[in-house]
Design a protein around this ligand. Structure first.
Ligand SMILES: Nc1nc2c(c(=O)[nH]1)N[C@H]1C(S)=C(S)[C@@H](COP(=O)(O)OP(=O)(O)OC[C@H]3O[C@@H](n4cnc5c(=O)[nH]c(N)nc54)[C@H](O)[C@@H]3O)O[C@H]1N2
Ligand SMILES: Nc1nc2c(c(=O)[nH]1)N[C@H]1C(S)=C(S)[C@@H](COP(=O)(O)OP(=O)(O)OC[C@H]3O[C@@H](n4cnc5c(=O)[nH]c(N)nc54)[C@H](O)[C@@H]3O)O[C@H]1N2
Ligand code: SF4
Ligand SMILES: [Mo]
Length: 732
């Protein structure tokens, strides 16, 4: 007998609703849920492979504990007892800073990852937090923090209503979008063109997204900040800037012209390898479009001037009057956002409140750069990281210089991995705690609803019961928190009940909360969830801006549509001035470095990454239906570069950069511009002790081995992963 169940897909930021077919306690099929209020039936090959991924035989079924140097199967009780025996004692002996926490990307795709890491950090009392953000979007958090006072106030392009979309360094036809949650991104781009709108794509590769565009510009990688500065300059110089009603919310508009003075199209054109005329035309088009949105992602973030580029994106949206208006770029409002408060001055956003121990890297949003993790483990002295908790993180492949990190992890006194796979990183753990497959967990998108192109709320209860011998990931996190806090053995529910009690105490005392003046105990009894995390979700919904409850979501299994994005200024602002701070000091201080970069001689050959529709960072190469075909770890080279360097399609090359060298198969293609090569990340599955049988058969190479981690976006600590110089030599 088969039945169906609905499940929001956790594999990318599009959050599509899936209809799973279930038989004999397993997922036998997945299709798009046509009634889903947001995704309306859209699905991609990864979502369609949900069943195969869910039942991957290499997924760990139970915990592993290291004994006599080897990881062996153990009971959950033994696993948490091992954590409880090791971590509090080490922290007691060496201090709170001897513990480090690494949070990887899938934490934004699980309820556990949203609800528990803040509590874990608080229990440990450490400042050594490293996350995928400093390999990704941290520049955007910093620019939003500085502009709007809130690092999470990230405007998203109003895809469904805009007349003009300028998209830089993103390939949503393959990635399905990022910091812009939009199921069927490709369909929405086609709809934009069908309604007479314009799409301009800026990417050194002719991607599938670029193929949909009215115009594709292929500048030199790393030059987006210059291009965007020249666009802003042109708007000001040609008197095309018209912030309209935004002007009353902005400080610093007047100073912007002088700050960007030297970035004329003529000055930046050689560095970008575009013509000044192309840049001026683009600025004029942006200015005259009835509505327009500028949107930039990975290719503009993980570069040397990532924060400046991220800032300039919003500067352009402001100068053209498009920020916070329909058809422009708006701030979403998720159902679990804290209740809004009256506009006015806020706490602001500070950088560098503390620094890393070894190299003195400034803290950003409470984090240290992932690229500094290895040195913090290796370098002797007080506060050296001896204990590491890695949750849904595979930095050995995702971060610069994986070999060094690999050695560093091997030297830890104690390491815990919360991960379904024994892979390049978790193989170093002393205890591995595997979450169940996604069919056995409930789902709510705490993170992505805040970046969605339409306000909506959807909840998926677990499609299948937790299999015998498995533990829900929320319970794993709760027990881990208890084990590191010396409370091993306490019922995991106490973790949630404490959060609920604290949140209720705050809510009833907060005059802006819908629960103001209530009785906390009474309110706690009202919460309807069957589990701790469900009760916490219920509470967040009740205190949220739409006053929803978990029951409301349960009664609407295809989701609740909360309407198109609406203007939210000045309510979102939390700067000290209570206004948009258009030219914040840290940005102004960085601009001379961008100006100086104009004089740099560009490298002859630089490398950029790429994503494939059937991949997902470092962990989807173990599903047979998602591997093979065009999803390969090849080095893409332009035909003219191949000729010049003596490389042939299907041949091999040695590629060398700061961090090391690799042997790679060459793919000659004119879909990449001259002077640029591309290698995808997340490969290199050939390390002993991993259990990834499919991935190991076609391991690929780890592109991040080409980096030593010293190239960074200074303001955000984000690693440069795109546009770094490489050298190529043919191999026989
Ligand atoms: N060169 C280069 N490097 C890059 C990038 C690039 O573009 N180029 N991109 C960067 C970006 S944007 C990111 S976000 C990072 C991502 O890098 P990471 O943060 O390392 O994330 P992933 O590789 O997605 O997966 C990490 C781990 O999560 C585990 N996992 C999967 N599902 C679950 C789950 O439900 N629960 C738990 N607990 N674990 C789970 C996987 O087995 C894997 O071990 O890589 C970065 N690295
Ligand atoms: N299929 C699939 N989907 C994914 C992922 C995945 O691994 N696979 N990963 C997920 C994650 S963690 C993230 S963060 C998102 C990322 O989502 P996107 O930001 O859309 O990432 P990419 O598809 O890597 O597209 C980045 C583009 O930037 C271009 N680029 C490189 N350098 C530069 C530059 O200097 N300037 C400009 N203008 N362009 C440049 C590259 O050629 C590439 O086409 O995707 C998510 N979705
Ligand atoms: S686009 Fe993303 S969310 Fe949608 S089915 Fe594919 S992987 Fe899942
Ligand atoms: Mo990412």
């Amino acid at each position: 007998m088969s039945r169906t169940a609905l499940r929001i897909c956790p594999l990318c930021e599009a959050t599509c609703g899936l209809t799973l077919t279930l038989a004999d306690g397993a997922v036998t099929g997945a299709r798009g849920d046509r009634e889903d209020v947001f995704s309306r039936g859209f699905i991609c090959p990864k979502g369609a492979a949900f069943g195969a991924l869910d039942s991957d035989p290499d997924r760990l079924r139970g915990p592993l504990v290291r004994r006599d140097g080897r990881l062996r199967e153990a009971t959950w009780e033994e696993a948490f007892a091992a954590v409880a025996a090791a971590v509090p004692a080490l922290v007691q002996e060496y201090g709170a800073q001897s513990a480090g926490v690494v949070l990887g990307n899938p934490n934004v795709h699980t309820m556990a990852g949203a609800l528990y890491p803040p509590l874990l950090l608080k229990s440990l009392g450490t400042r050594n937090l490293f996350t995928a953000s400093t390999l990704d979007q941290m520049p955007k958090h910093v620019s939003s923090g500085l502009l709007f006072g809130d690092p999470f106030a990230i405007p998203v392009p109003d895809l469904d209503r805009t007349d003009f979309l300028l998209l830089l360094g993103a390939n949503p036809v393959e990635s399905n979008g990022s910091l812009c949650t939009a199921p069927d991104f490709p369909g929405r781009l086609k709809a934009l063109r069908a309604r007479g709108g314009t799409l301009v794509v800026v990417d050194p590769r002719r991607t599938r997204t670029a193929a949909l565009a009215d115009r594709h510009l292929a500048p030199r990688p790393g030059s987006d900040a210059l291009l965007l500065a020249a666009l802003a300059h042109t708007l000001i110089e040609e008197k095309l800037a018209d912030p309209g009603a935004l002007a009353e919310h902005c400080d610093g508009i007047g100073e912007l012209g002088a700050a960007l003075g030297s970035f004329t199209p003529e000055a930046v054109a050689p560095a970008c390898d575009l013509t000044a005329a192309e840049i001026r035309t683009l600025a004029r088009e942006l200015a005259v479009a009835p509505t327009a949105a500028v949107y930039a992602r990975i290719g503009s973030c993980t570069v040397e001037f990532g924060t400046l580029a991220s800032w300039l994106v919003d500067v352009l949206n402001i100068l053209t009057g498009n920020l916070d208006r329909p058809g422009g770029a708006l701030f979403p409002l998720s159902a679990t956002a804290p209740a809004s408060r009256p506009a006015g001055p806020g706490k602001g956003f500070a950088l560098g409140r503390w620094s890393s121990r070894v190299a003195g890297h400034p803290e950003v949003k409470g984090e240290l750069p992932m690229a500094a993790l290895a040195e913090e483990i290796e370098t002797p002295g007080d506060g050296r990281i001896r204990v590491l908790l890695a949750i849904a993180a595979n930095p050995v492949l995702s971060a610069p210089d994986g070999d060094r990190l690999d050695r560093a992890l091997a030297g830890l006194d104690f390491m815990v991995s919360v991960d379904p796979y024994l892979n390049e990183t978790s193989r170093h753990a002393h205890v591995v705690l595997p979450p169940p497959p996604p069919s056995q967990s409930a789902h709510f998108d705490f993170a992505f609803n805040g970046f969605a192109v339409r306000n909506q709320a959807r909840y998926s209860p677990a499609a299948l019961p937790t299999e015998d011998g498995r533990m829900d990931e929320c319970e794993i996190h709760a027990r881990l928190i208890l084990a590191v806090s010396g409370l091993h053995g306490a019922p995991p529910g106490v973790v949630d009940e404490r959060v609920i009690a604290d949140s209720l105490a705050r809510a009833v005392a907060d005059p802006h909360s819908p629960l103001h003046g209530g009785d906390p105990q009474e309110l706690a009894r009202l919460l309807t969830g069957r589990t701790g995390p469900e009760r916490r979700l219920d509470l967040m919904l009740r205190t949220g801006p739409y006053g929803l409850t978990l029951d409301d979501l349960r009664q609407a299994p295809h989701g609740i549509d909360l309407g198109p994005l609406r203007p939210r200024l000045p309510g979102v602002l939390k700067t000290r001035s209570g206004r948009i701070e258009l030219l914040p000091d840290p940005i102004a201080a960085e601009l001379p470095k961008l100006r100086a970069a104009l004089a740099d001689r560009p490298a002859a050959l630089v490398l950029v990454g790429r994503r494939h529709l059937r991949s997902n960072n470092s962990w989807l190469h173990n599903v047979p239906s998602l591997t093979g075909g065009s999803n390969r770890c090849t080095l893409q080279v332009h035909p003219q570069d191949a000729d010049r360097l003596g490389l042939v399609d299907g041949g091999h090359a040695r590629i060398t950069a700061d961090g090391g060298s690799l042997e790679v198969p060459v793919e000659v293609t004119d879909a990449i511009r001259r002077g640029v090569v591309s290698l995808p990340h997340g490969w290199g599955h050939d390390r002993a002790g991993s259990r990834l049988s499919v991935a190991a058969a076609a391991p690929g190479v780890n592109v991040n081995q080409l980096l030593d981690g010293t190239r960074r976006d200074r303001l955000s600590g984000t690693a440069v992963l795109n546009g770094f110089p490489v050298e190529l030599t043919p191999l026989p």
